[in-house]
Design a protein around this ligand. Structure first.
Ligand code: ZN
Length: 215
C-alpha cells in the first residue's frame, strides 16, 4: 500500500511538482503531506513541555507558525491542516505517548460561524491528527450552542462569563470514564479550552488533555 502511494505521489509530482507552502522551494516526492521543506521546518519555533497541567501547545504563535495558521483559517488553505496535524502527531508521540487516549475531540465552532468560514480549522487538524495517531475522533457530540463574540475583543474577566453555557454535549454517556484529547488551533487565554474541559469533566470524562497547535 505504501509502495503504491509512493508511486502515485511520485507520478503526480512529475506532473505537478509539490512546493513548500512557505518558501516555494520544490519538494521531494517523499515529503508526503508535510508541505514544508527542511529549511522551513527547522524555522518552526517548537515548544517543549506543558503550558500547564494536561495542557500542551506544539509551537509558539509567531513567525512561520502564525503565518501558516492565518493561511489555513483566513486564506482558507485547508490542505495546511494536514501539515499542522502531522506536526502535532509528532509532538504527541514524544509528549503524550504514555497517556491512554480514547477520543480526539476538536473545539467546536458555532454552526453559524462554521457556515461562514466553510470549515472548522480545529476539526480539520483533529482529523489529520487522528489519522496520524490512529485514534478515533468524536465529532459533533461536543457542540457550541452560543455564538459568542471573539475572545480577543473582550476584557479578561468577562471572558469566562462570556463562555458560560456556550457548549453542550449531546450524548454525555459517550464520554463517561473516557480520556479525551481536546484539540484547538491557537491557545490565547485558554478560556475556551478550559470551558470545554469543564463541560467534558462534568459528564464524567476521566482525563481531558488539551492540545493546541500554537500558543
Ligand atoms: Zn520552505
Amino acid at each position: 500500500m505504501k509502495f503504491i502511494n509512493f508511486l502515485n505521489r511520485g507520478f503526480l509530482n512529475l506532473l505537478f511538482p509539490l512546493r513548500c507552502s512557505e518558501c516555494g522551494k520544490k519538494l521531494s516526492p517523499d515529503s508526503g503531506y508535510l508541505f514544508f521543506c527542511g529549511d522551513c521546518i527547522s524555522s518552526i519555533p517548537f515548544r517543549r513541555g506543558k503550558i500547564k497541567a494536561e495542557t500542551y501547545a506544539v509551537c509558539k504563535y509567531e513567525g512561520i507558525v502564525k503565518k501558516t495558521v492565518h493561511r489555513l483559517k483566513y486564506g482558507k488553505k485547508r490542505f495546511l491542516a494536514q501539515t499542522l496535524g502531522l506536526i502535532s502527531a509528532d509532538f504527541c508521540k514524544k509528549n503524550l505517548e504514555s497517556q491512554k487516549i480514547d477520543f480526539i475531540v476538536p473545539v467546536p465552532l458555532h454552526r453559524v460561524r462554521k457556515e461562514e468560514r466553510g470549515f472548522n480549522q480545529a476539526e480539520l487538524i483533529a482529523i489529520a491528527l487522528g489519522k496520524n495517531l490512529n485514534l478515533p475522533l468524536s465529532l459533533n457530540n461536543l457542540v457550541r450552542i452560543r455564538n459568542t463574540p471573539s475572545q480577543t475583543l473582550i476584557k479578561k474577566n468577562e471572558r469566562l462569563k462570556n463562555l458560560k453555557g456556550a457548549f453542550r454535549i449531546k450524548k454525555p454517556y459517550r464520554f463517561l470514564k473516557r480520556s479525551v484529547l481536546l484539540v484547538d488551533d491557537v491557545y490565547t487565554t485558554g478560556a475556551t479550552t478550559d470551558e470545554c474541559r469543564k463541560v467534558l469533566k462534568k459528564v464524567g470524562s476521566k482525563k481531558v488533555f488539551i492540545l493546541t497547535f500554537a500558543s
